[in-house]
Design a protein around this ligand. Structure first.
Ligand SMILES: Cc1ncc(COP(=O)(O)O)c(C=O)c1O
Length: 372
């Protein structure tokens, strides 16, 4: 492989911080957990943060803490990572999909109201690829209909809309730290909220249902082991301390792609919409509408053969085999999502990708399209 799809950015500082924890007696539930949580809450600007072992478990605990379950509906987007709707189903509720805006690729606010029923409890918007575009409109609709917003911010650490940070649009929000994310803890996630009761409930649920006061073998409720170890938290603290540097690097990589592909009408290249400050998660271009899904598959294969790791991003959630089986979804149910998903090409994207490497990626991309 000549150019990887994604690579974490780990410096000696991270290695030292993890080593320090390994030399201490507190590998889990030690001092690094509250330090990471407080640091994260301060960075986002929420009252509380509850660190967990993944974005998925964080989202799931939010739904449980808010009492969303059997008989409830949660409105969300089919153009997302599978975990967004999986957690709704894990909680026993039904995901109700709304198609996306063809420009922002986020849930189309103008189509949300028609999907609200008596069973609707929450809207779960996703800042797709890091973009919070359109989130203000979603908040207005939620306010009007008294719906909870659970913000799936797993892809958007460091992004903002009109100065308001991703992770502050919902009553609860969740970030994720898999190694392809803006910051990594190896695996991990964090729940954010201003609500102490919800935060305390999530902290209990992540720790086998233990209460804040009770002992190790006292369990107040059915709970899980979704804890994040101090080893992961130490890594997260150093990564978060570098967030501005990381954001600058990711924006630079995005700019190089934008400049290199500028003016080529075969590609739709992402840009920051007005008011959006995006800390890119992945950099996903699209082939123009005249190309087909088969064309895209060929381009992906040609680039892979040339040693460039690329991917489609995403496969629509409603067309995943188990979703088709359970809900009877068909091609054509969410046409904007399907049309976008057919043409996406996620290019190699990480902090330390060089301008020269981007030149190689774009040359191979152009060659691959010319060969169609
Ligand atoms: C939009 C979205 N939601 C949820 C998740 C789940 O996060 P994790 O992989 O940490 O469980 C991800 C991770 O990729 C994501 O991109």
């Amino acid at each position: 492989m000549r150019i990887y799809f994604s690579r974490p950015d780990i410096t000696e500082k991270e290695i030292q911080a993890v080593t320090d924890v390994l030399k201490s007696p507190d590998l889990s539930l030690g001092p690094k957990l509250p330090e990471f949580e407080q640091y994260f809450a301060d960075y986002i600007g929420t009252k509380r943060a509850v660190a967990v072992n993944s974005g998925t478990s964080g989202l799931y605990l939010c739904l449980l803490a808010m009492g969303i379950g059997k008989g409830d509906e949660v409105i969300t987007t089919p153009f997302t990572f599978i975990a967004t709707s999986n957690v709704v189903m894990m909680a026993g509720a039904k995901p109700v999909f709304v198609d996306i805006d063809p420009v922002t690729l986020n849930i189309d606010a103008s189509k949300v109201e028609s999907k609200i029923t008596k069973k609707t409890k929450a809207i779960m918007p996703v800042e797709v690829f890091g973009s919070p575009a359109g989130f203000d409109k979603i908040c207005q609709i939620a306010d009007k209909h008294k719906l909870i917003i659970l913000e799936d911010s797993c892809e958007a650490l460091g992004s903002a809309l009109n100065g308001k940070k991703a992770g502050t649009f919902g009553q609860m929000s969740v970030f994720a730290f898999y190694p392809n994310k803006q910051i990594t803890t190896g695996e991990g996630g964090t729940i954010l909220t201003d609500d102490d009761k919800l935060a305390d409930m999530c902290a209990s649920l992540r720790n086998q249902g233990r209460g804040t006061a009770g002992g190790w073998l006292s369990h107040e409720r059915l709970g899980y082991n979704y804890r994040l170890s101090d080893i992961n938290c130490a890594l997260g603290i150093v990564q978060l301390s570098r967030i501005e540097e990381i954001k600058r690097k990711r924006k630079q990589v995005g700019k190089w792609y934008q400049q290199t592909l500028a003016g080529d009408d075969r590609f739709i290249v992402p840009t920051e919409p007005p008011g959006c400050d995006i800390n890119w998660f992945v950099f996903v271009i699209r082939l123009a509408d005249r190309f087909t899904r088969q064309n895209r598959e060929k381009v992906l294969q040609t680039m892979r053969n040339a040693g460039i790791q690329v991917s489609n991003y995403f496969t629509p959630v409603h067309l995943q085999p188990f979703m088709v089986e359970q809900f009877g979804f068909k091609q054509g149910h969410f046409p904007v999502t399907e049309s976008v998903a057919d043409r996406t090409i996620a290019l190699p994207f990480y902090n330390n990708l060089t301008k020269q490497e981007i030149g190689v990626v774009c040359d191979e991309l152009r060659l691959a399209v010319e060969r169609l």
